[in-house]
Design a protein. Structure first.
Length: 246
């Protein structure tokens, strides 16, 4: 498979036994799910997932409402360390970091913001979290930045970013100033403005719709923000870009 796919699925009656030519990671976000992988049986929940190896026979059933993120990924994108760790016992107690990542993707799917590019960027971060080793704060900060860059238009607040990094809001602010010489808010505004400029340059979305996607109250608010940041307006930026030689 060329790209990682992430779907949101629910199961009711027992599914026929199946196997896939790729690794499948199942991460429940609601309810319970009983699964059998090559004779190993366990009950999945929002705190327990499963890694189904390539060509591993499995089936699942649930008697209660449930919902799971199902991640299909090429085996070559999963480290040998993780494949070995879950070879004999495929069930995964989910760390707080993995659960936050699951919640993040769940929100993206519900908002209709996910695409192949976003899944390919998110999946390596998720897979690395399965090792269960809590990374240092700087590593968590880089994970946070990668997540925000996937979709800067999500309702990121200082508190929400701090939660994803596993630190307090004041600590996040201090580390940002120390590591990047800017505040989290200034960095987020810059990332969002770059996304806005990209949409103005490469899409035909109305400026008012771009303003709404970016969280501005209206097109006038976006115009003021872009004038402060870039010294131009959305309409002028789009016009100037369209006039460039192709």
């Amino acid at each position: 498979m060329q790209t990682t796919s992430v779907d949101l699925r629910s199961y009711r009656h027992e599914t026929p036994r199946e196997c896939h030519p790729f690794v499948q990671i199942v991460l429940p976000v609601a309810g319970l799910l009983d699964i059998d992988v090559c004779g190993h049986q366990d009950r999945l929940s929002p705190s327990k997932g499963v890694l189904v190896h390539r060509n591993a026979s499995h089936t699942q059933v649930s008697r209660v409402p449930n919902r799971s993120l199902v991640v299909d990924v090429d085996e070559q994108k999963v480290s040998a360390q993780i494949l070995d760790r879950f070879s004999s016992r495929p069930f995964i107690p989910l760390s707080p970091q993995t659960m936050r990542l699951s919640h993040y993707m769940h929100q993206m799917i519900q908002a209709g913001e996910t695409d192949a590019k976003a899944c390919d960027a998110w999946a390596p971060i998720l897979i690395a979290s399965l090792a269960g080793e809590y990374p240092d704060v700087i590593s968590r900060l880089h994970v946070l930045k990668a997540l925000v860059e996937i979709d800067p238009f999500m309702p990121w607040s200082l508190e929400r970013m701090a939660h994803h990094a596993g630190i307090s809001a004041s600590r996040l602010h201090a580390i940002f100033r120390e590591q990047f010489d800017e505040t989290p808010h200034a960095w987020l505004c810059d990332i969002r403005m770059k996304k806005i400029c990209a949409l103005l340059a490469t899409s035909t979305l109305p400026i008012a719709e771009i303003a709404d996607k970016a969280g501005f109250s209206d097109q006038t608010a976006l115009t003021r923000a872009m004038r402060r940041a870039n010294g131009t307006t959305p309409a002028a930026y789009r016009r100037a870009f369209s006039e460039r030689p192709q």
